[in-house]
Design a binder for this molecule. Structure first.
Ligand code: HPA
Length: 271
């Protein structure tokens, strides 16, 4: 079965549980999961109950979709992201974002934990994504195209919405968070990069590096959605400061959560 039929099957599973139509879809990055607990009147559907939706193997937590209200808007929040490095195909990685869009979400907020490639950044800073480099991982659009979802050759000249970038910068100011604007580059992972790779990525124009997001943005853009991307800089990329560890990445996520949560709520309120 191809990815579009998989999305249709997954939709049928969700529709057996709820007819909720979200306005905004939110994908939570490493360490940023607490936003899920802020959703009011929540209906939670575990990934195991959704046909074709694969379990996230990474955090030890089963993935789920949470439907409900956040800052007065109808949202669906994806907890437990699926990564390419877990051994899944890109079409499987983007199934949740496609599903949330197909269920009605017109706006997509993608968050992630990322390494700072730009040496002006500091751990704990945020970066609103203004552009992306996705050529180091396969495109999620490889394979048969389904014109009901989007065009065969979608334009990617403006993946991230300038309107949402401005909103995010305004909300960051409100909550006192440092927010840069920059380019996110996706690698496959799961190994962190070498210092030489980071130097090469900097020459290519990257400000931050991570193991998710660009393929989800491509899938959502294919479906014509308005997209916002926010990176939490959890660490400086390889070769800039000390060695990297997943524990440090998660700990930085926890520390940043007290600014991330009100910032995202403020953004959602203004959308
Ligand atoms: N590299 C890749 N992915 C990451 C990093 C990094 O330095 N930090 C958090 N996710």
């Amino acid at each position: 079965m191809d990815q579009y039929d998989m999305v249709r099957k997954a939709m049928a599973s969700v529709r057996k549980v709820t007819d909720f139509v979200p306005e905004v879809a939110i994908v939570l990055g490493s360490g940023l999961g607490a936003l899920g607990e802020r959703v009011e009147d929540a209906i939670s559907i575990p990934s195991a109950d959704i046909d074709g939706y694969l379990p996230s193997t990474i955090s030890g937590h089963e993935g789920k979709l949470i439907f409900g209200t956040l800052a007065g808007k109808k949202v669906v929040v994806q907890k437990g992201r699926i990564h390419y490095y877990e051994g899944y195909e890109m079409k499987e990685v983007v199934l949740p974002i496609r599903l949330m869009c197909a269920l009605g979400a017109k706006t997509v907020i993608l968050s992630n934990a990322a390494g700072g490639v730009n040496e002006a950044f500091r751990p704990g800073d945020f970066m609103v994504i203004r552009g992306q480099i996705s050529q180091f991982v396969p495109s999620p659009l490889v394979g048969r195209n389904d014109d009901e979802f989007g065009p065969r050759f979608p334009d990617m000249s403006e993946i991230y919405s300038p309107r949402l970038i401005s909103l995010a910068e305004e909300s960051a100011r409100e909550v006192g968070a440092t927010m840069h604007r920059g380019v996110y580059l996706q690698v496959s992972g799961p190994n962190y990069e070498s210092p030489d790779e980071i130097r090469a990525f900097r020459i290519l124009g990257a400000d931050a590096v991570g193991m998710s997001t660009t393929v989800e943005a491509i899938a959502a853009k294919h479906m014509g959605r308005e997209i916002l991307g926010i990176s939490l800089i959890t660490n400086m990329a390889a070769g800039i400061a000390g060695p990297l560890s997943h524990e440090d990445v998660k700990a930085a996520g926890k520390l940043a959560e007290k600014r991330f949560l009100p910032m995202v709520e403020s953004i959602v309120r203004k959308i």
